[in-house]
Ligand binder design. Structure first.
Ligand code: PNS
Length: 162
């Protein structure tokens, strides 16, 4: 049976942790739709279009039938239904992620019982990184080139150039 998962997030910006999760998810799913949320409450550093572009460039090695990059507005479960996805994919790092992820998974299950939340762990190398930490480090012009893919390094340099 053909299985598609939506991997939603803010991706502001995408990190090596996100890419690792896509790679792992492809062991389980035929297709992964990486979906940038348009209505995230946080004030983003990058526009949705910039985030979609960075993800597309960073994931260009995968064929389009296996990885798609898109954006969505409104409820995640509605979008996942539209995409005929059977699962929502999310990454777990430390225990700090658990409560928020647990809450989201329960709400999403309440809204759509037919779509399962699936959690995978990122590579241990990326356990400590987050988009927030990367942005903070880059704002002080720290070298973040091992934490994010090259298209993101370039964009961060431009954002924080004096
Ligand atoms: O990377 P993030 O910021 O942790 O991603 C959070 C995201 C985008 C997955 C979440 O906020 C979301 O699903 N937003 C869409 C609206 C929605 O369906 N919310 C959950 C049920 S109220």
């Amino acid at each position: 049976m053909y299985r598609c998962a939506v991997y939603p997030g803010s991706f502001d910006p995408p990190t090596m942790g996100h890419l690792s999760l896509v790679e792992r998810g492809l062991f389980l799913f035929d297709k992964i739709v990486v979906a940038v949320a348009r209505n995230s409450a946080k004030a983003p550093l990058f526009s949705v279009e910039e985030r979609v572009d960075m993800l597309r460039e960073s994931l260009a090695a995968y064929p389009p039938e296996r990885v798609e990059v898109d954006s969505f507005e409104g409820l995640l479960v509605n979008y996942a239904r539209q995409k005929n996805a059977s699962a929502l994919l999310r990454g777990l790092r430390a225990t700090a992620d658990f409560e928020y992820e647990f809450q989201m998974a329960m709400v999403n299950r309440h809204l759509e019982a037919g779509i399962q939340s699936v959690f995978l762990m990122t590579d241990y190398r990326w356990l400590y990184i987050s988009s927030t930490i990367v942005k903070e480090a880059a704002s002080y012009r720290a070298d973040v080139s091992e934490m994010v893919p090259p298209p993101v390094v370039e964009r961060l340099k431009k954002k924080f150039a004096v």
